[in-house]
Design a binder for this molecule. Structure first.
Ligand code: PLP
Length: 352
């Protein structure tokens, strides 16, 4: 066990209780799934419990948002219909035409597609950088134009490690915000807001949901202002006005998954290390990319800023794309290009 569990003492208790109070009406220990579009009013604009219409607020969604924000040490959380819906809402809440983003060069392809193909035509430029090279990050910043720095660490798919405190300092020196996609680490292994980031995004489809039965995304913000507005206000308004909210059933599943995140991450982490050490010695494998291995270039940094190294391993095969024939094909291993990273199933994907 190489996890630094002491660093996150109390995590599991928070995961179970934050935002998850028993139902005030019936005392149900597990907050119900408020599967309703609308809430009755006791008079014109006399709201019974603060809720009016589920796009604006819904108790099941709000409970999950509070739970995740507490675990990320954020000021507020916002749940969306998918990870990309969360990213899109965040970007449109904060950016305007003429802005520039410094974007991690290794990162989820869908984020790249969103930034280049959807935001590009609306006048938002970006520069991709090597996430491990702070000098390259500094050089890519355009004073007066760069509004956001966006990075994933560990990154998908190469599992590179970015120095989050260093990225945050560069962002703030330029008057920009640092956004961190924390999907691969999860709040159990890494808390970017504690390291200086301003915003965390998640595909809750992955470790937070944890069972391959729900699609979702989330944004968690620090108590920070940007362009004269609190981040929570800007993202909350975008969530309400843009409407890409997560439904109550999905929030219930994500909240339930989040309660066992700590236990699952410990097992993912120890399994991944054992597997990475085994794979390293197999013929036909050119390189095992896993930050838990001491030879990984980001190992020392990951050990400092994370409490474990995560459950994802990337491989380079000596023969190129073809996997060595002698490698066992794990039972229930999905070889589909749509990964279920973070679930209790195996998942194998190929990058072409
Ligand atoms: C790191 C990362 N961020 C964001 C996303 C997008 O999330 P979703 O598929 O829930 O839209 C993914 C999906 O694989 C991902 O791996």
């Amino acid at each position: 066990m190489h996890l630094n569990a002491a660093r996150y003492a109390g995590f599991n208790t928070t995961a179970i209780h934050a935002g998850q109070d028993p139902d005030p009406l019936t005392g149900a220990v597990i907050p119900p799934i408020y599967q309703t579009s609308t809430f009755v009013q006791d008079g014109i604009n006399v709201l019974r419990s603060g809720h009016e219409y589920s796009r604006g607020s819904n108790p099941t969604r709000n409970g999950f948002e509070t739970q995740l924000a507490a675990l990320e040490h954020g000021a507020a959380g916002f749940a969306f219909a998918s990870g990309l819906a969360a990213e899109d809402a965040l970007l449109r809440a904060l950016l305007r035409p003429g802005d520039h983003i410094v974007l991690g060069g290794d990162g989820y392809g869908g984020t790249n597609r969103l930034v280049n193909h959807l935001l590009g035509p609306w006048g938002v430029a970006n520069t991709a950088v090597d996430i491990t090279d702070l000098a390259a990050v500094a050089a890519a910043i355009r004073p007066g134009e760069t509004a956001l720095l966006w990075v994933e660490t560990p990154s998908n798919p190469l599992l590179q490690i970015a120095d989050l405190a260093g990225w945050a300092a560069l962002a703030h020196d330029a008057g920009a915000l640092l956004v961190v996609d924390n999907t691969f680490a999860s709040p159990y292994l890494q808390r970017p807001l504690d390291l200086g980031a301003d915003v965390v995004v998640h595909s809750t489809t992955k470790y937070i949901g944890g069972h391959s039965d729900v699609l979702g995304g989330a944004v968690v913000v620090a108590d920070t202002d940007f362009r004269g507005k609190a981040l929570a206000e800007a993202v909350g308004y975008q969530q309400f006005a843009g409407g890409a909210v997560a439904g109550p059933q999905d929030c219930y599943l994500a909240a339930r998954g989040l309660k066992t995140l700590g236990l699952r991450m410990e097992r993912h982490d120890s399994n991944a290390l054992a597997l990475a050490e085994w794979l390293r010695d197999q013929p036909g494998i050119a390189e095992v990319l896993y930050p838990g291995l001491p030879e990984h270039p980001g190992h020392e940094l990951a050990a400092r800023q994370m409490s474990g190294f995560g459950g994802i391993i990337s491989l380079r095969f000596a023969a190129g794309e073809a996997a060595p024939a002698h490698l066992p094909s794990p039972r229930s291993c999905s070889r589909s290009p749509s990964a279920s990273v973070g679930s209790n199933h195996w998942s194998v994907t190929a990058r072409r």
